[in-house]
Design a protein around this ligand. Structure first.
Ligand SMILES: CC(C)(COP(=O)(O)OP(=O)(O)OC[C@H]1O[C@@H](n2cnc3c(N)ncnc32)[C@H](O)[C@@H]1OP(=O)(O)O)[C@@H](O)C(=O)NCCC(=O)NCCS
Length: 222
């Protein structure tokens, strides 16, 4: 499959995706896509930026078949996925060989499981969601579209992580708890009750961060 990588940060998720999955025989890497014109001269692992979101249809016409999501930010993921699908491009599931996925779990297009990630029975990983290195998604958890589970986070049984929300590295979400859409759980937090949409929570137990309004990874180029 001829693929492009969406994202161009050499010190970010683009490099991770290219190193982990770009060598697989099924993918021929063509170039990078980045929405920010100021990044048009970037390159990652020898691949150059060859367009923006506006060029996806033209790239599809030129023979590109699929897109590997090469950014780690949660916000903006759903729009990017929609643009990729609108262009008729495939979003392969990227599953590292050292990850474990229960036979009864489901993985949607564009989902990514990095080394050591584990997904338990009945869990659902929706479109474009990222389960980063060593993260654990326990039984019957729902990780919704474009959510990002950062390294070492633990989602315990039946919890729900809403669309485009982000769970910080090493955080724990307790059973049955729901993290709202576009919420951010800080690194190391323990989430004991549901988190409203668009809030940032930190600490043990997790509480809403007093100074709101920012996301640690709010740029799609991360
Ligand atoms: C919680 C988080 C989103 C806050 O980001 P932010 O809004 O930019 O916050 P700031 O860095 O400005 O910090 C604001 C305050 O929160 C505190 N804080 C930041 N992150 C915290 C965390 N995880 N737990 C507890 N307190 C935290 C800071 O110490 C600071 O406190 P102060 O005002 O008393 O000095 C971010 O720090 C975080 O934890 N992101 C997760 C990132 C991650 O896991 N990335 C993995 C990529 S591979």
């Amino acid at each position: 499959m001829r693929v492009i990588v969406y994202g161009s940060r050499a010190d970010g998720h683009a490099t991770v995706v290219i190193e982990l999955f770009g060598q697989q025989a099924e993918y021929e890497l063509i170039g990078l896509v980045d929405d920010h014109p100021e990044n048009s001269r970037r390159s990652v692992c020898g691949l150059k930026v060859i367009g923006t979101r506006n060029d996806l249809c033209a790239l599809a016409d030129s023979g590109v078949e699929g897109v590997l999501l090469g950014f780690g930010a949660a916000r903006g993921r759903a729009d990017i996925i929609a643009a990729i699908e609108h262009a008729g491009l495939a979003l392969p599931v990227l599953r590292h060989p050292s990850s474990h996925v229960s036979a009864s779990a489901s993985l949607s297009p564009g989902s990514q499981l990095l080394p050591g990630a584990a997904v338990g029975p009945g869990a659902c990983i929706a479109r474009g969601a990222l389960v980063n290195t060593g993260a654990i998604v326990e039984h019957d958890v729902k990780v919704e579209q474009g959510a990002v589970i950062n390294p070492g986070a633990v989602l315990t049984g039946r919890c729900v992580v809403g669309p485009e929300s982000e769970i910080g590295a090493g955080a724990v979400v307790l059973p049955d708890v729901e993290v709202g859409s576009r919420a951010v759980v800080g690194a190391g937090a323990v989430v004991t009750r549901s988190v409203p949409p668009n809030t940032i929570v930190v600490g043990v137990p997790a509480r809403v961060q007093p100074a709101q309004g920012r996301s640690a990874t709010g740029q799609a180029e991360d």
